[in-house]
Structure formats: C-alpha cells, structure tokens
Write a protein that binds this ligand. Sequence first.
Ligand code: FYN
Ligand code: ADP
Length: 568
Amino acid sequence: MTNDTTVETIDGFHLVINALKLNDIDTIFALPGIPITDLTRMAQAEGLRVISFRHEQHAGNAAAAAGFLTQKPGICLTVSAPGFLNGLTALSNATVNCFPMILISGSSEREIVDLQQGDYEEMDQLAIAKPLCKAAFRVLHAEDIGVGIARSIRAALSGRPGGVYLDLPAKLFSQTMDRLKGLSSLIKVVDPAPRQIPALDSVARALDLLKSAKRPLIILGKGAAYAQADAAIRDLVEKSGVPYLPMSMAKGLLPDTHALSAAAARSYVLAEADVVMLVGARLNWLLSHGKGKTWGTPKQFIQIDIEPKEIDSNVAIAAPLIGDIGSCVDALLAGMGSNWAHPPADWTKAIFERKEKNLAKMSATLALNPIPMNFHSALAVVRTIVTDRPDIILVNEGANTLDFTRSIVDMHQPRKRLDVGTWGIMGIGMGFAIAAAVTTNKPVLAIEGDSAFGFSGMEVETICRYNLPICVVVFNNNGVYGGMDVNKSGGADVAPTVFVKGARYDKIIEAFGGVGVNATTPQELSKAILEALHSGRPTLINAVIDESAGTESGRITQLNPQTTAKKT
Ligand code: FYN
Ligand code: ADP
C-alpha cells in the first residue's frame, strides 16, 4: 500500500497472470499479437514460461500434449479471430482425445460484435468454440477473472478431461480494480479432478464376468495412460494373468516386451476373446466399433470409464464400471484378493504361438538392409535406440511412418509415446514434441512422415529458438504415402501426392542454427540420432526412404475410397 491515500490497483492483465500462477500453471504456449501481446510480455516478466510459436495450431497442440503429460490443463494463448480459429483445430482435437487444455483468446468487444459493426478481427468466438469443446466461458469484468480461470481449469480436468475455451475481450485487460479486492477475487481450484469411486455392485459384476471368461483380454487405452495409475494397472494384468492389448498411446504402461502383451497377436485376440475389459479405451473406429469380422466370436464387454455416456456407445456393455481408472482398478484388485485364478493355459499358449510367429516374421524383415532404406530398416535403428533409452519421449505421425513405428518400436515406460490419437490427425508433430521437451526436460525423438512434417515444419525455428533437446527424423519417401504416383493426364504437373523428389529437409534447421543431417543408411541414421541425444542440440535428420515403400494410408487403406468406376 502506498503512503498517500491513493488506493493500489491491479489490472486485468495481472489478474489473469496471478490466477494462472495461483493454480500452479507455469507455462503458456502462445503466439503474440493484438490484443494479447502485452499479456505475453507481462506473463514472462512475472515468471511464467511463455513459449511462442509460429502458428497457433501448434501452440494449441503443445498445450494439449502438456495436459496429457502433466494432468494440469495446458494453456494456449492466441489473438482474436484468425488466431483463435487457428487454435480451434487443436482445441477440438484435445477434446476428442480427452486431453485437458484451455484455449484463451483475446476477442472483440461484445457491444460491437453483437451489433456486427465491423470491428478489427470481429468474430463471435464464444459461439463458434462452444460446439467444438467441452466448455466455453467469457469474462467481461475484471472481478470475474478469478471465476473464469477457475471454471476453465475445473471443466478441463474434472470427469472426462477435454478442451475448454476462455474468451477475454480486449478491454478486459486494461480494466483496473482495488488490488486487494482483485487478488482476493482469485480462486485456487480445490480438487479439480476428484476421484470417482465405482459402485461396489458394479465392481462385483465386472469381477464375476471376468472370472467366468475362458479367453479374457484387457485393452488399455490412452485414458489408462493419462490416469497415471501405472502400478495398479500393472498389478491388474499380472495378478489376473489376463493378456492385454495396448492402444497406441497406452504402449509402455507395461513394457511392450511383457510376456502378457498380445500386441503381436492383435487380430487373433480380438477375434477369439470371449470377455474383453476396456480400460480407458473407446470402442470407436480404432477398435472397429466392437463389431464386424475383426471381432469374430461373440463377446461380452467390461468397460472402465469415467464418462457414463460412453457406455453402450457402439455395442452393449455387460459390465460397466464408472469411475476414475485409479479407483476402479484399485477396487477390482481388492475384490480379486490374492489367489485369483489365471485364464486357461490353452488361451495364453495359443496367443504365445501367434505372437512368436509374428515376432519371427518381424525379426526377419528388420534384419534386411535394403538400399535405399525402407520403413523397417530405418525403424530397426529407432527400435534399438528407444530400447536402450526408454526415457526418450517418442512423437509419431504419418501414414506408413505412423503404422510401422507403432508395431516396430517397442515402448518400455508409460506416457512416452505421443501420436495422432483418436482422430488420426496430421500436424501434431512439432507441437507435441515441444510440449514433451518443455514439460519433462527429457530428450524427444519425433518420427515424422514427410507429409506429416509439412504441417508443422516451421516450428523447427521455435525448437531452435528455445534450444530444445528434440531430434526430428523425417522419413522422406518423396510424397504422401510415397513418390510413385503419376499425373494420369500426362500434363507437366506432378501427381497430387508427390513432393519435390530428393528434398533435403535437414537444410531447413540449418537456417536457424540447428544440426541438419542427411541419412541414407541405417548406420548414418543411428549415428545422427545418437549424436543428437548426446548433444541435446535441436536436430533434423532427413532419412532417405525408398519412394516405392509403404502403402496408401498405411494400414487403413480401406478408409480411402478407391474409384471402382470402369474407365469409359
Ligand atoms: C503388432 N504386430 C506385430 C508387432 N506389433 N508383429 C510383430 N511384432 C510386433 N511388435 C502385428 C499385429 O499383431 C498385427 O498383425 C499387425 O502387426 C498390425 O498391428 P497393429 O498396427 O497394432 O494393428 P492394426 O491392425 O493396424 O490396428 C488397426 C488400427 C491401427 C486402426 C488400430 O491401424 C491404427 O491405430 N491406425 C491409425 C491410423 C491413423 O490414424 N493414421 C493417421 C492418418 S493416415 P495381425 O495380428 O496378424 O493382424 C493418413 O493417411
Ligand atoms: P484409445 O484411443 O487409446 O483407445 P480413447 O481416447 O478412445 O483411448 O479412450 C479414452 C477413454 O478414457 C475416454 O473414454 C475417456 O473418457 C477415458 N478416460 C480418460 N481419463 C480417464 C480417467 N482418469 N479415468 C477413467 N477414464 C478416463
């Protein structure tokens, strides 16, 4: 308090900053501009880490990945209208994937927007955001900033995590109020993600069904990874003796080399299991909606999920278990006691046999050393390095680059694989890599399809600017899916899926002082990655891959409608 009679005040800028700090938010992923440029400067001055990006979609993806990794909502801060729109893809993707993030965008004044008087970057952002996220709020008065931030945090984290939009009109930031009153209006959110304990009868029903199974299977989803109930989940698998199948971002909850992993016998276990326990996994397109030929014999499902509305979304769930995964798995373990009967040996033996067959086939393929490299020979290098360095966080996107990495590169620890998730979205690469490096201080290896890299490649400058320990490997096969397509018209233009042949993506990072390497053999690739891990310097490796390797859309070719019309 000053000596004279003037009352100390606080402005909207500092109320927002103090509200975030009060709730243990220490990082903002942003792109400065009107009307939030000064907010980024002041946030940095007040001790928040402000990572500024080249495009808001990647700032938003970074916020989403930070939320998944930390169980605190990642914060993305954008300008109004176009910047807000650029952030929406990431906000929607976060909501679909159940990653907690908050998109905070500056906006135009309500009185002008509602009269459509043509403001600078005029847009009714709140109305546009609402259908695409879990919750959306707007704050008009400085004294409400505390509530706005608190409600956004709780909405992002409670129940099924997701994306939240918070709309802050430009005039709010320069509003002032009595400092003491302002600070006391801020809210520290208490228990934003309360444990949700399952009903005892639902636990008993689930255990009875599991006990009755002759061919049980556990499917672990990214919800199980997010829940950070790692020891309980491992106990559930090992005490029950039930084989498990990890979805891509659940890989590493138990090491992929675990004896009970059925990942290398996926088709067999999905077709033959009689009781399937879903743990933080949805029966969506990634699991063929729980029906059709993938699922062969009739199944009964147990589903553990925090969202009651998820139950019966695709097929009947015989034993729903609603609650947070930690509480549900703890309750199951308590009910199983200490002498739970393991599944019949013929089931686990049959799985083992199929696993061994696929593992042998894979080993034979990985041992080949074709020139130019193909996906397998390049990924054999990555597989070895990740096994030696299980602390590395692997970011992965693409079509063939995604699918081959998923089945070839074993993960050994939880939450070490970040990928395209439920939507199969391209463009998450650099944002996810930056978030992983910033939130964990661990080395990050981004395995990128050349097409996928193109969506966020400019953020290589961001990586260099903050000198982040990120090694990007671009699997360069000259195009989307490959470089072999031809323009059937005979015209001069290349086919729509073909890129500049022999492009040198490694040259991009050299423009910003990073390390660029062109790798044409597995030996060169291995050397370059190991040097990047050793130096911790931002590195971009152009891995030259046979342009004829790979298939259209990787393992989901069937989703790309092919023309069946007969040529007239
Ligand atoms: C798996 N497999 C293995 C291994 N891991 N064999 C040997 N060793 C290892 N380590 C076997 C597995 O048993 C399957 O064989 C096969 O390899 C494929 O396994 P995968 O990849 O786990 O399973 P599948 O069938 O591809 O899974 C379907 C899917 C997956 C839809 C879940 O394809 C997926 O997540 N796709 C994401 C696609 C996407 O989002 N793309 C981005 C946009 S694409 P069998 O058991 O013999 O069948 C833009 O164009
Ligand atoms: P995957 O793609 O790996 O199968 P999904 O994203 O389809 O995973 O499913 C994740 C599920 O996990 C969602 O239905 C979500 O509601 C649920 N979930 C997320 N966090 C928790 C949690 N802490 N406890 C219980 N369920 C959770």
